[in-house]
Design a protein around this ligand. Structure first.
Ligand SMILES: [Zn+2]
Length: 312
């Protein structure tokens, strides 16, 4: 700038800037990152809170400490998120889970955020379902009940599909019977069209995508391993529901677990492995964009979110 040139600056003039209304546009609900040459996009479905009565195997004092350490007001429910992920291998587009459409006003944004990220339902070649709970499968149907991905194959663990369509398991489920209704309603249209494909634990689905058996939360609950050479990410589904609590206390389970002990064993095993091997993880209920590392911390772990990248 030439000496002597005076530039008007609202910051220096002391005059008020024009008043502007608070923006109601919100934040973006997608986030891209790379795993080698494979692009993974987090899609935000929305947020929710989970109350103390849902936490199992936990001390009252640990709940209060977790709130305090995470700046959550005393007595408030814990925040949790619902996410889905798009994997673009370069040869196929895979959506992992479909969000919780219709479960609450604050949820159900996977379809919008898929479009915001530049994709459409027609571009998705495969949908992988980590497990058949409604916050992962409700997005298989549109609000009118039509198939949201009418041309797409839906892949689910054979054991998972068998469980939710098992009448004996349904009648033994007591108050959790409704979960069977959701699973059947969401999967049935795809089953009727022959669009469901099952996989066995550890299956290689091609393009650097393989399945990891993480049973307990549900019988066929599965993680999705994305790898390209040495680069790796584990989309671990519902290993954690309450990030503020379950990294520090991986022994804490949640009332949604079909097999509480099995879910705890899977959580402890995969957290130890992720921390030891420094594997990047992504989760359906981690804080958006829900990608980061697990670090050993005392008898538990910390979640270290990935630094925001302007460009993947
Ligand atoms: Zn879930």
């Amino acid at each position: 700038m030439a000496a002597g040139v005076v530039v008007a600056s609202p910051y220096l003039s002391g005059k008020a800037m024009a008043a502007a209304p608070v923006s109601s546009a919100g934040n973006v609900g997608y986030y891209r990152t790379m795993v080698g040459d494979i692009e993974v996009t987090s899609l935000l479905d929305g947020g929710m809170t989970l109350g103390d009565s849902l936490m199992l195997n936990v001390k009252e004092s640990d709940l209060e400490k977790a709130r305090e350490d995470n700046f959550i007001k005393a007595g408030k429910e814990f925040p949790a998120y619902v996410n889905a992920f798009v994997i673009n291998t370069g040869k196929k587009m895979v959506l992992v889970d479909t969000g919780a459409r219709g479960m609450a006003e604050t949820l159900g944004h996977v379809s919008n955020n898929l479009i915001a990220a530049g994709y459409s339902a027609d571009m998705i070649d495969e949908v992988i379902i980590t497990h058949a709970h409604p916050d992962h499968t409700n997005g298989l149907l549109s609000s009118s009940g039509a198939m949201a991905f009418p041309k797409t194959k839906v892949k689910i663990a054979a054991r998972e599909l068998a469980y939710w369509f098992d009448d004996k398991a349904m009648s033994a489920a007591g108050e959790k019977k409704q979960m069977f209704d959701f699973a059947r309603t969401n999967l049935k249209p795809y089953q009727d069209k022959g669009h469901i494909e099952t996989f066995q634990s550890g299956a290689d689905l091609g393009g650097g995508i393989s399945m990891v058996d993480l049973p307990g939360h549900t019988p066929g609950h599965s993680g999705v391993r994305v790898s390209d050479g040495a680069a790796q990410m584990l989309i671990w589904g519902d290993i954690v529901h309450v990030p503020a609590l379950q990294f520090v206390h991986p022994e804490v389970s949640i009332a949604f677990d079909v097999d509480v002990d099995g879910a705890r064993a899977s959580r402890q095993k995969i957290m130890a492995q992720a921390a030891h091997d420094k594997i990047r993880v992504a989760g359906m209920h981690l804080c958006f964009p829900a990608v980061g590392h697990v670090a050993q911390h005392g008898s538990g772990y910390d979640f270290i979110p990935q630094m925001w990248e302007m460009s993947s």
